[in-house]
Write a protein that binds this ligand. Structure first.
Ligand code: NAD
Ligand code: TYD
Length: 366
């Protein structure tokens, strides 16, 4: 694992992975292939010793050229359309990138690596627990043998990509591994997802839009623990196997939101400069952040509960997440407070136009 091609390495988890990997393997060479869609950000790789190639994973010729010219031995595949709400508004991009893009990568990998039998290689596919569908309150957590039952266009497209990866192993002998992970949070998280959206809304005194009754359950994992899990799969995972990676932190959304509101209030209480920097925040006006909570129409087809059984990764790979939600969330909040320039750059760019175009009409309809 000396020369890695990381797809989607300018997005949330990809950029954390590149940083995580280089800290532990400083002699590795990393090439990032990223289209820099709305979710990709060149600035995420500032100061990181990795080469960024701006390009599309669907471009099989480009991928083949990168594999050959950089002598890639390990491909870690993060690139995807990743937001469930966007997949409901417009599924096509999800099929294009998640299904056809993954297939283009597999074709290029097969052509390059399998041309000379015995060439050492690995194709690691990063996927989600959402492929397993939804759980009731009493169902056992998802294991690697839980049948696939994706409910959103996003999860259906990820399920299709998982099946293609599996098929390329069984049919052609490509050395693949797959990891299915629960909800991540942490630095560089794009501000359309629950935790960063609510932190930034709270700092602006904007409503915190809670879908439905807010009692949907997610298993929250700090992104560095996800990176740890992927590293363990790369180092010790069995070829052709899938591994579930989770945080053991099953929480209803309302509990996550209440933790966020309380942490925001205490951050403002401890640091008087925050009220000057964010004068519109409820906490700056002596109001509790929780006063911004607002129940809105539910997401169509909203999965009720996800929970991950990661005993296979624990027993085979020694994977144990290092952070609990309380400490992981506290450091994440401080990262957003300390990196205002990063998220302002996103809010002031093309993301603003997209939100205005897509959410204004939906909010009016709900
Ligand atoms: P993200 O949306 O933050 O980043 C995706 C990256 O892929 C962006 O940099 C984007 O520019 C790039 N990209 C999109 N289409 C591309 C294309 N056609 N060619 C090249 N690059 C392209 O996503 P994320 O949250 O970092 O998720 C990364 C991976 O992890 C995804 O495969 C996702 O399904 C999976 N995953 C995410 C979570 C989570 O909680 N975020 C949980 C489990 C699994
Ligand atoms: P999200 O971060 O979009 O991740 P996912 O849908 O992949 O789990 O959402 C996490 C949970 O938070 C999910 O149950 C939907 C809910 N949610 C809200 O209640 N309000 C919001 O504005 C968003 C973005 C999400």
């Amino acid at each position: 694992m000396n020369s890695l091609l990381v797809t989607g390495g300018a997005g949330f988890i990809g950029t954390n992975f590149v940083r995580f990997w280089l800290k532990r393997h400083p002699s590795s060479r990393i090439t990032v292939l990223d289209l820099l869609t709305y979710a990709g950000n060149r600035a995420n790789l500032d100061g990181v010793d990795a080469e960024l190639v701006v390009g599309d994973i669907r471009d099989e010729a480009l991928v083949g050229e990168l594999l050959a010219s950089r002598s890639i031995d390990t491909l870690v595949h993060f690139a995807a359309e990743s937001h469930v709400d966007r997949s409901i508004l417009g599924p096509d991009a999800f099929i294009e990138t998640n299904v056809l893009g993954t297939h283009a990568l597999l074709k290029a990998a097969r052509k390059y690596w399998l041309a000379t039998p015995g060439t050492p290689h690995r194709f690691h596919h990063v996927s989600t627990d959402e492929v397993y569908g939804t759980l009731s309150a009493t169902d056992p957590a998802f294991s690697e043998t839980t049948p696939y039952a994706p409910n959103s266009p996003y999860s259906a497209s990820k399920a299709a990509s998982d099946h293609l990866v599996r098929a390329y192993h069984h049919t052609y002998g490509l050395n693949v591994t797959t990891s299915n992970c629960s909800n991540n949070y942490g630095p560089f998280h794009f501000p359309e997802k629950l935790i960063p959206l609510f932190i930034i809304n709270a700092l602006h005194g904007r409503a915190l839009p809670i879908y439905g009754d807010g009692m949907q359950v997610r298993d929250w994992l700090h992104v560095e623990d996800h990176c740890l899990g992927i590293s363990r799969v790369l180092e010790a995972g069995r070829l052709g196997e899938t591994y579930n990676i989770g945080g053991g932190a099953e929480l209803p959304n309302l509990q996550v939101i209440d933790t966020l509101c309380a942490a925001m209030d205490s951050a403002f209480a401890q640091d008087p400069t925050l009220a000057a920097r964010f004068p519109d925040a409820a906490a700056a006006k002596g109001m509790p952040t929780a006063s911004l909570k607002s129940f809105v129409a539910d997401r169509p087809g909203h999965d009720r509960r996800y929970a991950i059984d990661c005993s296979k990764a624990s027993s085979e790979l020694g994977y144990v997440p290092a952070r609990d939600f309380a400490s992981g969330f506290a450091s994440t909040l401080h990262w957003y407070l300390d990196n205002e320039g990063w998220w302002r750059g996103i809010l002031d760019g093309s993301y603003r136009a997209w939100v205005e175009a897509n959410y204004a009409s939906r909010d009016a309809a709900s």
